[in-house]
Design a protein around this ligand. Structure first.
Ligand code: HEM
Length: 540
């Protein structure tokens, strides 16, 4: 015991002189109801959990900074975006990052086969910018309306709560051919990163940059780790999770505390802002990468993580990211996933954390003064820095906040016309990039992917297996043949299957289908592995 330790108090500041015994009538009870200390202690405990995130429940936060290069290739960045954080070489912006797994609950294994969330909050002088991405370059679906179904397929059976993961996941995937590209990455070793420090990050969706003249450019974001990319096989992951479920959080925390600060280079790919009818994919389709040999990566700055949270709950459970959180010079594209995401994040956070979640220190903008006319609501805490104590409306002659300067002109992006409709995009091209991915990765990654598919599909119903082998053959003969062989299915066993009712095959795809299993390898001459820097196997 030392004299400098604080005296235990209640939340009201009353000193507590007995924290071992509740107040009772006589030593054996009964208890009394006016026992403020006891009731406050238990009732606070009863409320110590908030709902876990519906996805990405398990995660780890760290803090650091972004340092801009001021250029994009050999051009000043200002030619493409007026976003202030990118402008000057050496300019630093504070940031928070939360890495996560997607499907499991708050205490689930961090070496599960799953994408990893890669969400960065930049506290810029123009307010916050959230870049909410993943460690894999593409996504499973391209229309936000499918997200709840997709996630339900990844979660336990709602009656038995059994996690028959494979059968549920592949039931959905087998009916969702756009997922084949993402599935081919998740079932490669990149589906189990060795740690949060050894993985790439991607914005995944297409965004826009806007310059001072209002001109717009399509942009995709890539984070490349200076530590390199390292992954685990399922076997090695099993050894790790046998003794430690939180290996990634532990690794991140310990390396930063030891002064080994992880670092990533932020790169962008750029495209003129139109629909690019010359491409065999749609630039707004998040199931596709933009080929790097055509759209090269340009470094724009680096991120260094040099601080761990003071408190896990305050800074990891209550941090809230959203794709709608953009600053001047950065904008949305018309990507149909992005609009759904933008609604969903702040909607869930008002429920999960509370309507005043943006007043919490980890979510508050830091480089700017907040002056809204929003007041009150549950757990309202902060008085906005620029707030007039009396005038909480606008316009007003009496005082209060006024509108900022208007931009001189509208954005000069393309004009959009069309009828209201419900339609899939043209240029779905669901198999090509998945097949190319299989051919471009290293042999050990191909072998691992095949083994992982055999293992997972081996647990599925026959009709799901048949459709999945059909899809894999449509991606790449060798992949479909090897996986098929592993679960006892040949091309002849699946040839009878018609395309799905939701599919419209292109002429190329029809030709592949008529020759299923005998098409020979796709031509990948001159292609580079756009979204994947080399991957090193780590053994446990
Ligand atoms: C329409 C599709 C999507 C919907 C509706 C959606 C919805 C959500 C929701 C509701 C959360 C929980 C947020 C919270 O409780 O704070 C979440 C978290 C997250 N999502 Fe999505 N998501 C979608 C697609 C994606 C995609 C494509 C990516 C990757 C590019 C992604 C990355 C993340 C990340 C990283 C988090 C965790 C953020 C954190 O660490 O707090 N999501 N998503």
């Amino acid at each position: 015991m030392t004299d400098d330790r604080p005296v235990l108090t209640t939340r009201q500041g009353h000193p507590v002189y007995d924290n071992q015994n509740q107040r009772t009538v006589g030593a054996r009870g009964p208890a009394t109801l006016e026992n403020y200390h006891f009731i406050e202690k238990l009732s606070h405990f009863d409320r110590e959990r908030i709902p876990e995130r519906v996805v990405h429940a398990r995660g780890a936060t760290a803090f650091g900074y972004f340092e801009a290069h001021g250029t994009v290739g050999d051009r000043p960045v200002a030619e493409l975006t007026r976003a202030k954080l990118f402008q000057e070489k050496g300019k630093r912006t504070e940031l928070a990052i939360r890495f996560s797994t997607v499907a499991g609950g708050r205490d689930s294994s961090e070496v599960a086969r799953d994408p990893r969330g890669f969400a960065v909050k930049f506290y810029t002088e123009d307010g916050n910018w959230d870049l909410v991405g993943n460690n894999l370059a593409v996504f499973f679906i391209r229309d936000a309306i499918k997200f709840p179904d997709f996630i339900h397929s990844q979660k336990p059976d709602p009656k038995t709560f059994e996690r028959q993961v494979a059968n549920r996941v592949f039931d959905f995937i087998s009916q969702t051919p756009e997922a084949l590209h993402m599935i081919s990455i998740v079932f490669s070793p990149r589906g189990i990163p060795a740690s949060y420090r050894h993985q790439q990050g991607f914005g995944v969706n297409t965004y826009k940059w806007v310059n001072a003249a209002g001109e717009t450019t399509l942009v995709k974001y890539h984070w490349i780790p200076k530590q390199g990319v390292k992954s685990l096989t399922a076997e090695d992951a099993a050894k790790i999770q046998a003794t430690e479920l939180g290996s990634h959080t532990k690794d991140l925390y310990e390396s930063i505390e030891a002064g080994d600060f992880p670092e990533w280079e932020l790169n962008v790919q750029l495209m003129d802002d139109h629909d690019h009818s010359e491409l065999d994919f749609d630039p707004l389709d998040d199931t596709k990468v933009w080929p790097e040999e055509v759209f090269p990566l340009h470094p724009v700055g680096r991120m260094v993580l040099d601080r761990t949270p003071e408190n896990f709950f305050l800074e990891n459970e209550q941090i809230a990211f959203g794709t709608g959180v953009l600053v001047d010079g950065l904008d949305f594209s018309d990507d149909k996933m992005l609009v759904g995401r933008t609604f969903s994040y702040s909607d869930t956070q008002r429920y999960r954390v509370g309507p005043n979640y943006l007043q919490l220190p980890v979510n508050q903008p830091k480089g700017t003064t907040v002056a809204t006319n929003q007041r009150d609501g549950q757990m309202s805490y902060a008085v906005d820095g620029g707030q007039n104590p009396h005038i909480n409306y606008e316009p007003s002659l009496l005082g209060g906040a006024v509108e900022g300067p208007k931009p001189d002109h509208d954005e000069l992006g393309p004009e959009i016309r069309g009828r209201l409709t419900r339609k899939r995009i043209d240029r779905t091209n669901d198999y090509q990039q998945a097949g190319e991915h299989y051919l471009l990765i290293e042999q050990w990654e191909r072998d691992d992917m095949v083994a992982n598919f055999i293992d997972a599909l081996g647990q599925c119903d026959r009709m799901i297996q048949e459709r999945m082998v059909w899809h894999l053959l449509m991606c790449e003969d060798e992949l479909g043949l090897r996986v098929g062989e592993g679960i006892g299915l040949s091309p002849d066993d699946v040839r009878h299957l018609e395309p799905l009712p939701t599919q419209t095959l292109t002429d190329d795809e029809k030709a592949r289908l008529s020759n299923l299993g005998k098409n020979g390898p796709r031509d990948v001459t001159g292609k580079v592995m756009t979204h994947c820097v080399p991957n090193e196997r780590v053994t446990a």
